[in-house]
Design a protein around this ligand. Structure first.
Ligand code: ADQ
Length: 489
């Protein structure tokens, strides 16, 4: 196989993630239309030049019939994607249940799910069984497509059981696993009934990667405290076998954002927004509508700011763009109503006949509209209660080289460790502190803004998504070579 420049690829890379980077819509018995959903991971992997990447994952649809499955496999092959077919019951128990109802909240320090007002894991056994079964189904597909020398890169909390399944198929497979969420303190992880099984399975990988050093350290502590294994500076050792554990902070394709700002349609959009909000400072929030993003807390802090600073009431506007997510889950439906209720109340309280202080949109914006919004923003508010990294803060910085706006950033986002020196760091639970930081950001001198922006801009443009992916894969290759050398001694 050759790259566009004619040189051969160094290696094949099998990327395994819960979802494929395409959405499939059935158009007929044997026809499908596909739409690429360009998330951070897709962008990162597109930039990995030396590897021929293939993607293995669930297509997000139930395809019970063979004709439909065969047609979808064929359609996806053109995009170098290979589907894993999961039926509705498995999706319900594995994805909605174990992944999103148990692991997601627990890893973000939101505890275990509530049933009848009690934190319990009553349906835990069946959900964990489905989780293992789904992971085994992913492993079956990987194994079918695996060729000697391939690198297999498993992603996220959906696939913690996968490294073990893969190594059971072939102990020589090069397997890496990367977690996109925080890995919580071992005191939180130990609440999980399947705590040991999950840790052991991740340890079957050759390399386990996390966004920050803290998450990596929490993982090693969980292995030492819960499994009684030995933690070393390189990772975790079990009977002479080392699993390398390290931090690989993700980044964005910053050039893509910077280039987009030059496009005429983006410039046009920027001008429209400037006109629309002339005379007012623009504050921006862009989040998936998820509990972890701290959207109600952010809006309440903005209300407090308006309450305490009447002189700013007609001079500032908050644009909150929130993409609905997991809309069939009751907790998420409650969150949506709660946000609407708070926004309505504040707009009723501080709005006038011609202007409201908060514009809240429940939807996704296209890439160009998003870039234009980032570019006209004076203050970005990222107040996640917990967040693995948070790429919105990176995207904002990439689009701010002319405006040099201020980033208010939660200290509980992984990004606080990389952008902390340029941002105003806040505790999102402390609404008084966030309200005060809004005042600080709006009143900051141009010199100070320039200095802070410069720090963050250099980081965002040098620690890119491509660099992240390349570093992870080469570390995985090195780890395997070192392990072979150790065992041959
Ligand atoms: P997410 O929780 O999805 O990712 P984040 O890192 O901020 O969070 O990425 C969100 C992406 O979606 C960004 O690229 C952003 O532009 C886009 N997006 C969000 N709201 C949008 C909107 N309304 N319209 C259009 N686009 C929107 C998970 C983890 C993070 C981790 C990433 C990557 O939860 O902590 O940073 O994976 O590892």
């Amino acid at each position: 196989c050759e790259r566009q420049d004619g040189r051969p690829y160094r290696q094949r890379l099998l990327v395994v993630a819960n979802r494929l980077p395409v959405s499939a819509v059935r158009r007929g018995e044997d026809s499908w239309s596909l739409e690429i959903s360009a998330g951070g991971l897709v962008t990162a992997l597109l930039g990995v030049k030396d590897f021929e990447a293939r993607w293995i994952g669930w297509a997000g649809v139930n395809v019970p019939d063979e004709i439909g499955q065969t047609a979808l496999i064929k359609a996806l092959a053109d995009k170098r994607c290979i589907p894993v077919f999961l039926d509705e019951e498995i999706v319900h128990q594995y994805y909605n249940g174990y992944c999103n109802n148990i692991l997601w909240p627990l890893f973000h320090y939101l505890g275990l799910p509530q049933e009848d007002g009690l934190a319990t894991t009553r349906s835990f056994q069946s959900q964990f069984a489905a989780y293992k079964k789904a992971n085994q189904m992913f492993a079956d597909v990987v194994n079918k497509h695996y060729e000697e020398g391939d690198v297999v890169w498993c992603h996220d909390y959906h696939l913690m059981y996968l490294p073990q399944c893969l190594k059971e198929y072939n102990s020589k497979m090069k397997v890496g696993w990367f977690l996109h969420t925080p890995f919580p303190s071992s005191e939180i992880h130990r609440m999980l009934p399947s705590r040991s099984e999950l840790l052991r399975s991740v340890l079957a990988a050759d390399l386990a990667g996390f966004h920050t050093y803290d998450y990596a350290r929490h993982f090693v502590s969980a292995c030492t405290r819960i499994l009684g294994l030995e933690g070393t500076p390189e990772g975790v050792e079990d009977q002479g076998r080392l699993t390398r554990v390290a931090a690989f902070p993700i980044g964005i394709d910053s050039d893509r954002f910077i280039r987009a700002l030059e496009l005429p349609q983006v410039q046009e959009h920027i001008n429209e927004l400037k006109e629309r909000f002339a005379g007012r400072k623009v504050m921006l929030g862009v989040d998936r509508l998820d509990m972890i993003k701290g959207i109600p807390q952010k809006i309440l802090a903005f209300e407090k700011f308006l309450e305490e600073n009447p002189n700013w009431r007609d001079k500032v506007v908050l644009l909150q763009i929130a993409v609905p997510t997991r809309t069939d889950v009751p907790e998420y439906q409650r969150l949506t109503s709660q946000v609407h209720e708070i926004v309505g109340r504040i707009n009723g309280r501080f709005g006038t006949l011609t202007a409201v202080p908060i514009h809240h949109l429940d939807r996704s914006l296209d890439f160009h509209a998003l870039c234009a919004l980032y570019a006209v923003t004076d203050v970005a508010l990222v107040t996640s209660l917990r967040d693995g990294m948070n790429l919105v803060s990176y995207e904002f910085v990439a689009c701010q080289d002319s405006k040099k706006g201020v980033l208010i950033l939660s200290e509980f986002a992984g990004a606080a460790q990389s952008l902390g020196a340029g941002a105003i760091l806040v505790n999102p639970w402390n609404i008084t502190e966030v309200a005060a930081s809004i005042g600080q950001a709006l009143n900051m001198s141009a010199n100070e803004r320039e200095k802070r922006h410069h720090h963050n801009f250099v980081h965002v443009t040098t620690h890119t998504a491509q660099e992240w992916a390349e570093t992870f894969v080469s570390e995985l290759n090195d780890t395997v070579v070192e392990a072979q050398l150790r065992t041959s001694k």
